[in-house]
Write a protein that binds this ligand. Structure first.
Ligand code: FES
Length: 433
């Protein structure tokens, strides 16, 4: 019986051995179409041998073909250039307000409490409930939503404008909210990034905003021992880029379109930028002059058809900050000049945030009505403006083709008395500045 069995199995065994030899020879090439043919061949041997031969084919496929495919796939998916979107962030969930404020008040580049810096968490705690209620009223901070949207759209456009450096991938990196610097760096490491552009989402440079984000970035790279992992360059400012100016002018036009035609030319355009302590300006910070320059360029594009004024909002504490405040313009300057219609234009941010959605839309609107301003409107923030996306893509493409470590020579100028070793540096720069 044993002999009979062996005898009857012999021809199948011969076929199988010959087929395996044939397969081994053909399958040296990782060609899935050939593999498919082989599978068909094997299936003709009948049901009893199907499981064994298919599993054998799979083993060969795994040994010969899969690693090559996986490597090719991994390489094709790996971003050639990371564009790191630096911004302050905000609590998407209002419950995260206290943690956000604690980080903000602990940053001595924005709020310098000197030897009382240790009080930062306490001060944050005092303000947390009030600010959390404001975030609840606006449905949480939209900064992350808009930064992710802009980064994705910008990279799609950038892949076309700069195919040599494609694929590009945007990484959101916030200073005070998720995703924080170390989290974004971890994602870049996981993705196998080698070349990175730190792209400030503050168009005007200030040591309190872009400077602080960059210092945090270089420090985190050292702490995480990643200094040599990526080749860096920096886009530190872009307040005068022509497409960015057109994007802002377009948002002003959209704002004016909300006002009835008979009042439109009489409307006072109030450009409102986040304020800054006078002591920061005095030590050489370049933010104020860059905001002023942007406003002039926008008005030139709009052919100076309306009267306009630049004012500053969101002052904190009792020390002197930039003036006039936006509140003072609404309450005093506009009424004194017989203004009945105001259009507030947020300048210096690329998306909506609590200062537009709460401070302007709720607090200043109420103040305007109390001050006899009959028509009060706000120009829409840049958010999803197609010209902004185009500007961002153009700025990065131009920067990449220039091959410089930083975009503006202004980045070389240190503030009076600054001793921070990380200020105005680039970690592991892509080229000499
Ligand atoms: Fe401005 Fe250091 S604080 S360069």
């Amino acid at each position: 019986m044993q002999r009979g069995l062996l005898h009857s199995a012999k021809p199948w065994g011969m076929y199988l051995t010959r087929t395996k030899r044939l397969l081994s020879r053909r399958l040296r090439t990782p060609n899935t179409r050939v593999l498919g043919l082989k599978t068909g061949l094997i299936e003709s041997f009948g049901h009893a041998h199907r499981a064994e031969t298919i599993s054998h084919t799979r083993t060969i496929h795994e040994q010969v073909s899969y690693p090559t495919d996986a490597k090719a796939q991994e390489q094709s998916q790996r971003p050639k250039t990371a564009v790191v979107m630096l911004n302050m962030g905000g609590p998407t969930d209002p419950k995260d307000t206290k943690a956000f404020l604690t980080r903000l008040f602990s940053d001595n580049m924005i709020i310098n409490l000197g030897r009382f810096q240790f009080l930062a968490p306490y001060i944050a705690g005092l303000r947390a409930n009030k600010v959390q209620r404001q975030y609840e009223e606006i449905g949480g901070s939209p900064i992350r939503k808009w930064t992710e949207y802009q980064g994705k759209k910008m990279c799609e456009r950038l892949d076309k404008l700069s195919p040599n450096t494609a694929p590009h991938k945007a990484y959101v990196m916030f200073r005070y909210a998720d995703p924080l610097t170390n989290e974004a760096l971890e994602s870049m490491k996981q993705d196998g990034v080698e070349r990175a552009v730190a792209f400030s989402q503050y168009p005007m440079y200030s040591c309190t905003t872009t400077g602080s984000s960059l210092v945090e970035l270089w420090k985190s790279l050292d702490e995480m021992k990643l200094r040599d992992k990526f080749k860096w360059s920096v886009i530190d400012r872009w307040n005068d880029h022509p497409t960015y100016i057109s994007a802002l002018a377009q948002r002003v036009r959209l704002g004016l379109a909300q006002i009835e035609e008979s009042l439109r030319d009489q409307t006072l355009i109030v450009f409102s930028a986040h304020s800054l302590p006078q002591m920061v300006v005095a030590r050489g910070d370049q933010y104020q002059q860059e905001v002023c320059h942007t406003v002039q360029l926008v008005m030139r594009e709009l052919q100076y058809k309306n009267r306009y004024i630049l004012s500053w909002q969101s002052k904190v504490g009792y020390l002197p900050w930039l003036e006039p405040s936006t509140a003072a313009v609404i309450e005093h300057i506009a009424p004194q000049n017989g203004v009945k219609s105001i259009l507030v234009v947020p300048v210096a941010f690329t998306s909506d945030h609590i200062e537009t959605l709460y401070e302007i839309d709720i607090e200043y609107k109420e103040l305007a009505h109390k001050s006899g301003i009959e028509h009060f409107k706000r120009a829409p923030s840049l958010n999803d403006e197609p010209l902004l996306i185009e500007a961002q893509a153009q700025i990065v493409a131009q920067h990449l083709s220039a091959g410089r470590a930083w975009a503006s020579r202004q980045y070389e100028i240190k503030c009076q008395g600054c001793t921070n070793p990380y200020c105005r540096t680039v970690a592991n720069p892509v080229s000499k500045p």
